[in-house]
Design a binder for this molecule. Structure first.
Ligand SMILES: NC(=O)c1ccc[n+]([C@@H]2O[C@H](COP(=O)([O-])OP(=O)(O)OC[C@H]3O[C@@H](n4cnc5c(N)ncnc54)[C@H](OP(=O)(O)O)[C@@H]3O)[C@@H](O)[C@H]2O)c1
Length: 273
């Protein structure tokens, strides 16, 4: 029975992953969330009864909670794990349509967002990988996937002068390097570490109507750039659809095909939309 640990299944894309993966009764899914009770209530209210879902408490900023989640996972799976999906992330929508020059003009907020993101998404995920590594070593699939974004693609940033969401991009860029470093060390043990971008997903954070004038300006600049680089793009997809695309890539990739430590999109390449 393939076993999955997925972080951040309370909402957004993580909820899409939880639904998709648990749809197959052959999968065992362990979701890690900050608020276990709230997620269990949502599952009871919105999903048909399923015996292949377990919810554990864990916060990326709390090492002890991640350690306890790894220990509890081992008790559920018998000490093994096939897939670790690092989906949870601290995301600040404050800077999504601002440039680095604008962001740094609010020095306190800038430092707070960058430090919070580094603590959760970089340090937290490094602890997560390390704590679950013994289970992954004993698993069959041996795949560790971290959700990332095309914003962290240097070629794209440079080619399109993509100036918005600078802190998100810096944090996800650092996370991708961590993924590659884990891969560099553990590929010899047959473990694949991969950074995977899900494309643009509607998880309810875009609020054009209530955006400030500066944010609206940033949104318009971004939409203009998107129409130039991806004229086929029709707008963000649902979490269900994005989860499906990502799972199909996760199924396909392997160390043998050269995906170790790679940074790719839901298309399996560098097309981010
Ligand atoms: N949506 C997109 O268009 C898009 C595009 C590219 C990449 N991504 C990536 O895809 C992933 C999911 O994105 P999303 O849009 O679904 O995000 P989201 O709606 O903001 O959900 C974030 C999830 O992460 C959890 N989380 C946040 N901080 C945490 C912490 N310290 N410890 C544990 N869990 C924490 C949240 O839990 P709570 O409910 O407790 O807050 C929530 O479940 C992220 O890695 C994101 O960067 C998304």
């Amino acid at each position: 029975m393939p076993s999955w640990v997925i972080t951040g299944v309370s909402r957004g894309l993580g909820w899409g992953f939880l639904r998709q993966v648990s749809n197959d009764p052959n999968n065992l899914v362990i979701g890690i969330v900050r608020n276990k009770e709230a997620t269990e209530k949502r599952i009871a209210a919105e999903l048909p009864p399923r015996s292949n879902i377990h919810i554990l408490q864990g916060d990326l900023t709390d090492y002890a909670s991640l350690k306890a989640a790894a220990e509890d996972t081992a008790k559920i799976t018998g000490g093994t794990l096939d897939y670790l999906l690092a989906n949870a992330a601290f995301v600040s929508y404050w800077e999504h349509f601002l440039t680095i020059g604008e962001v740094v003009n609010e020095p306190e907020k800038f430092e707070e967002v960058l430090l919070d993101g580094m603590k959760s998404n970089v340090i937290g995920n490094i602890h997560l990988f390390n704590l679950f590594l013994p289970l992954i070593m004993r698993g069959q699939a041996k795949k560790v996937i971290a959700l990332t974004t095309g914003h962290a693609d240097l070629e794209l940033v440079n080619k399109c002068n993509l100036a918005n969401a600078p802190l998100y991009a810096i944090i996800k860029g650092a996370q991708s390097v961590a993924v590659a470093k884990f891969n560099a060390q553990y590929a010899k043990d047959g473990i694949l570490f991969l950074s995977l971008s899900p494309g643009a997903v509607d998880t309810g954070h875009m609020d054009f109507d209530n955006a400030s004038e500066k944010e609206k300006e940033g949104m318009m600049t971004l939409f203009q750039k998107i129409s130039e680089i991806a004229p086929h793009f029709k707008g963000p997809v649902t979490p269900e659809s994005a989860a499906k695309d990502c799972i199909s890539i996760i199924d396909k990739v392997s160390l043998d095909q050269g995906y170790g430590g790679a940074f790719i999109s839901h298309h399996g390449n560098k097309h981010w939309l």
